[in-house]
Design a binder for this molecule. Structure first.
Ligand code: PMV
Length: 348
């Protein structure tokens, strides 16, 4: 039976892909397997309040309050999300909802907020479902939360669990599925524990090309099949890298993945470029620093101009000093965010 009303709050992290998801089939199914670090400091906090409607109509009824202000701009996105998940969340039209959300990172920082944002709403909905169906096991709960998050934004399905998450069926990853993300449970060498990620805010503007459009352009892309096959191989490789603690191989694989993602954008029809001059400045500085010092830092990129600088915890002091001294100048207003691998979503 449905409760009359209630509230539930989840805090959910952002994530950064190491092997990238780029290209999908309906409904939000990935063309290749991807794997990501779950982040910690970059997160969304969402409170979902629900009140039973007096009379059930055939509409979604919800308000969005983002960072304390009534927000109409997010409504169509959530409306689309509700339509996609309705078949799996039977109580959606029975309640009036208020969704209150805020991010730990600055809005319009160019950090993808869709991953943490969508996983937060998905987990809130699952907490309501758990009240109706208390027999739901923990595994069912998290798999379905990730399943729903995926329908909001593909990469959001990797923002439920920590520390490393795999999305997409892969013969070498037990339990992996196209439908939801699963925790990577194979051996992880100590060097890959508490891995650091400093996000350099190179460009805070709205992206010229959305990831939805980018994914679509992988249909009929001349290199698509090769790329999807390469990603599957890279999952096998990174599994070995994690097990062995092979940091040099990690660097080669992760940087290649980042540049390949952007190469796909540059070779689609129409083509586009999301990197900015300062993205390349930063990459060259990172390569030079690695050569000079033997440091194990490396970079990755998501679908934008910002650079994620990845490095082992043992280098935290030196790399953060390097970032402050040599990389901050390439960031808008000198801004960057220190983050690290995190444990996944929390119910508050
Ligand atoms: O979740 P989407 O549809 O916004 O796609 C995200 C794609 C990348 O961030 C570029 C790669 C990834 O795997 O997260």
């Amino acid at each position: 039976t449905l409760k009359e009303s209630g509230t539930v709050t989840w805090q959910t992290p952002s994530n950064i892909a190491l092997v990238k998801y780029w290209g999908k089939r309906n409904p939000q199914l990935p063309e290749n397997t991807s794997i990501s670090f779950t982040l910690s400091n970059c997160h969304t906090k969402t409170t979902l309040s629900y009140t039973k409607k007096q009379e059930v109509d055939n509409q979604f009824d919800f308000d969005v309050i983002f960072e304390g202000k009534n927000n109409k701009a997010f409504k169509p996105k959530i409306e689309t999300f509700f339509k996609r998940v309705e078949a799996y969340v039977p109580f959606l039209k029975e309640y009036s909802f208020v969704i209150e959300s805020k991010n730990s990172f600055p809005h319009s920082s160019g950090i993808a907020s869709s991953a943490s944002g969508m996983s937060a709403i998905a987990l809130c909905l699952m907490s309501i479902e758990k009240e109706i169906n208390p027999n739901l096991t923990e595994e069912e709960f998290y798999h379905k939360a990730s399943f729903l998050a995926r329908l909001g934004s593909g990469s959001a399905c990797r923002s439920v669990k920590g520390e490393i998450v795999v999305w997409g069926e892969h013969p070498e990853v037990k339990g992996s599925s196209d439908l939801y993300g699963v925790e990577f449970k194979d051996t992880i060498a100590p060097v890959f524990k508490n891995y650091q990620d400093t996000i350099l805010l190179v460009d805070k503007g709205e992206k010229q090309v959305s990831s939805t459009v980018g994914h679509d352009l992988m249909h009929g892309h001349p290199f698509a099949e090769q790329r999807f096959a390469q990603a599957q191989e890279n999952i096998s490789k990174i599994k070995t890298i994690f097990a062995k603690g092979a940091v040099d191989d990690f660097i080669a694989l992760v940087e290649s993945e980042a540049l390949t993602l952007h190469a796909m954008m540059m070779t689609s029809s129409p083509y586009f470029i999301l990197m900015k001059p300062n993205t390349l400045e930063v990459i060259n500085k990172i390569w030079a620093y690695r050569k000079e010092t033997g440091s194990k830092l490396c970079f990755t990129l998501d679908a934008g101009a910002n650079v994620h600088v990845l490095y082992p915890e043992s280098e935290k002091a030196t790399v953060q000093q390097f970032i402050k001294q040599d990389l901050a100048v390439f960031c808008k207003n000198g801004e960057y965010i220190h983050d690290q691998v995190g444990m996944g979503a929390n119910k508050l």
